[in-house]
Design a protein around this ligand. Structure first.
Ligand code: PLP
Length: 397
C-alpha cells in the first residue's frame, strides 16, 4: 500500500535520537538542555506581531501560490542589496515565496528530476553530512542519491569538480549548502561560480541552500551567494535555484516563510508543481515576512548574539574536541571520537541533548560514515543557557 521508497529513506535523525536516548534517564536534579535542534530561540522580532495584527483582514483570503507582489518585491530588493546585484537582474518573475525552505527543498527535486537521463537513472548530488531533506527528496523523486564527502579532507565542503563524468552525465540536481549545516564553513565566490559553470555544462540544477547566509562571525565577510556568482558570470540565473528563509535570519522558525529564486522558466515549472501540491504562506504571515526582509536591525542584533555565544564556546572548549569557531551558521561540530556514545553520555551525565554526527550523514561506498566521530551542538539558546550547557558539556566529555 505504501511507497517503498519511504522505507529506503529511513528514519529522520530526530526519531533516531529519540530512540537512542529514550531508554536513558537524564541526570537528575538539573534542568535538561537541548542543543539538538537548530531552532533559533532569540527573541522573535515584534515586527511579526504588529504586521500580522495590521493585516488580520487577510485571514479571510486564500493565499495565491506565488505570494504577493509586495513580498516578491521585498525579496528581490533584499537579494539585490545583499549581493550587490545589478538593478533588474532579479525581478518579480524570479521569486516565489514558500512556506519555509524545507518543503521547497523537497519539492524542487520533484520538479527537476526527470524519469531518466539518456535512458539512465538520474542522480542527485549532495554533501555528506547534509540537511536530511536532500536525501529524502532524491529518493522519493526516483533519483539515485550520490553523497560527496565533506569532511576535513575537503575543507568540510563537497568537491563537485571531483565528480566523475559518468555521474555528471546522469546528474539532474545538486544540493549545496553554504554556510554549511552542520560544519559552518563558507564557500567562496570562485567556488560558487565554478559550480554554476559545471551545472550549465552538464545541464543540471544547482540548488544553493543559503539558509544560514546572515549568520557569520566577527571579521568574516558576509557569505557570498549563488545570485552574486550568477551576476559575476554575466547575470543569468540559468541552472540555479537559490533558497533562503527567515527561520534563521529573523529567528522566526515558526513563521514558516522562505523563498526560492531562479530564472523565470524554473519559477514557472516549480509553480506548476506547487499548484498541485504546495501550501503557500498565509497572507498576514507573508506581509510580516516582507516587513522582516526590509529590516536589517533585528538581523544585526541576532548576529551579534551568535558571536557572543561563539566567544563562550571558545572560552569553554578551546583546544578540546576539535573545537573551531565556525565562520558561518550557529553550530559546533565537535570531534568526540564516537558521536553516539558522546550523545548518550551527555544525556545521562549532564542532561544535555545533542545529535550524533552520524545521523546527519550517510555511510559511503567504502563503508565509512563521515559523521561518526562528531556531535552537532546548536547554539540557539540565550547566553546564560548556552554557557551553562557548554560548561556541563566541557566537564562531561
Ligand atoms: C541547511 C538547512 N536548510 C534548510 C532548512 C529549513 O529551514 P526552514 O524550512 O525553516 O526554512 C534548515 C533548517 O534547519 C537547514 O538547516
Amino acid at each position: 500500500m505504501f511507497n517503498d521508497r519511504l522505507e529506503r529513506i529511513g528514519d529522520y535523525p530526530f526519531d533516531r535520537l529519540r530512540a537512542l536516548l529514550g531508554p536513558i534517564e537524564p541526570a537528575a536534579g538539573i534542568e535538561p538542555i537541548s542543543l539538538a535542534l537548530g531552532e533559533p530561540q532569540h527573541p522573535t522580532p515584534d515586527l511579526i506581531r504588529t504586521t500580522v495584527e495590521a493585516n488580520a483582514a487577510l485571514w479571510g483570503k486564500y493565499p495565491p501560490m506565488t505570494g504577493t507582489l509586495d513580498a516578491r518585491a521585498a525579496i528581490a530588493a533584499w537579494l539585490t542589496s545583499r549581493y550587490n546585484l545589478p538593478d533588474g537582474m532579479i525581478g518579480d518573475q524570479n521569486i516565489v515565496p514558500v512556506s519555509g525552505t524545507r518543503e521547497a527543498l523537497f519539492l524542487i527535486a520533484l520538479a527537476a528530476v526527470p524519469e531518466n537521463i539518456a535512458g539512465k537513472r538520474p542522480v542527485v548530488l549532495m554533501p555528506n553530512p547534509f540537511y536530511q531533506v536532500y536525501a529524502g527528496a532524491a529518493v522519493l523523486s526516483g533519483a539515485e542519491p550520490v553523497f560527496l564527502p565533506a569532511g576535513p579532507e575537503t575543507g568540510f565542503l563537497p568537491d563537485l569538480s571531483a565528480v566523475t563524468p559518468d555521474i555528471l552525465e546522469r546528474t539532474a540536481l545538486a544540493y549545496y549548502c553554504s554556510p554549511a549545516n552542520p560544519q559552518g564553513v563558507i564557500a567562496d565566490l570562485e567556488t560558487l561560480k565554478s559550480m554554476i559553470e559545471l551545472a550549465r555544462r552538464h545541464d543540471f540544477l544547482l540548488v544553493s541552500d543559503e539558509c544560514y547566509s546572515e549568520i557569520y562571525d566577527r571579521g568574516v565577510a558576509p557569505p557570498p551567494g549563488a545570485a552574486e556568482a550568477c551576476a559575476s558570470l554575466g547575470g543569468s540565473l540559468e541552472n540555479v535555484a537559490i533558497f533562503n528563509s527567515l527561520s534563521k535570519r529573523s529567528s522566526a522558525p515558526g513563521l514558516r516563510v522562505g523563498f526560492v529564486a531562479g530564472d523565470a522558466r524554473l519559477i514557472q515549472k516549480f509553480s506548476r508543481l506547487r499548484d498541485y501540491g504546495g501550501a503557500p504562506p498565509p497572507l498576514p504571515l507573508l506581509a510580516a515576512a516582507a516587513a522582516l526582509w526590509r529590516d536589517e536591525s533585528h538581523v544585526e542584533q541576532s548576529r551579534e548574539l551568535y558571536r557572543q555565544k561563539f566567544d563562550i564556546a571558545k572560552k569553554r572548549l578551546d583546544g578540546r574536541l576539535g573545537f573551531y569557531r565556525a565562520p558561518g551558521g550557529f553550530y559546533l561540530w565537535l570531534d568526540v571520537g564516537d558521536g553516539e556514545e558522546a550523545a548518550k553520555t551527555l544525556w545521562r551525565d549532564a542532561a544535555i541533548r545533542v545529535i550524533p554526527g552520524a545521523y546527519l550523514a550517510r555511510t559511503d561506498q567504502n563503508g565509512h560514515n563521515p559523521g561518526n566521530a562528531y556531535i552537532r551542538c546548536a547554539l540557539v539558546h540565550d547566553l546564560e543557557i548556552t554557557d551553562l550547557a557548554l560548561e556541563r558539556l566541557a566537564k562531561t566529555l
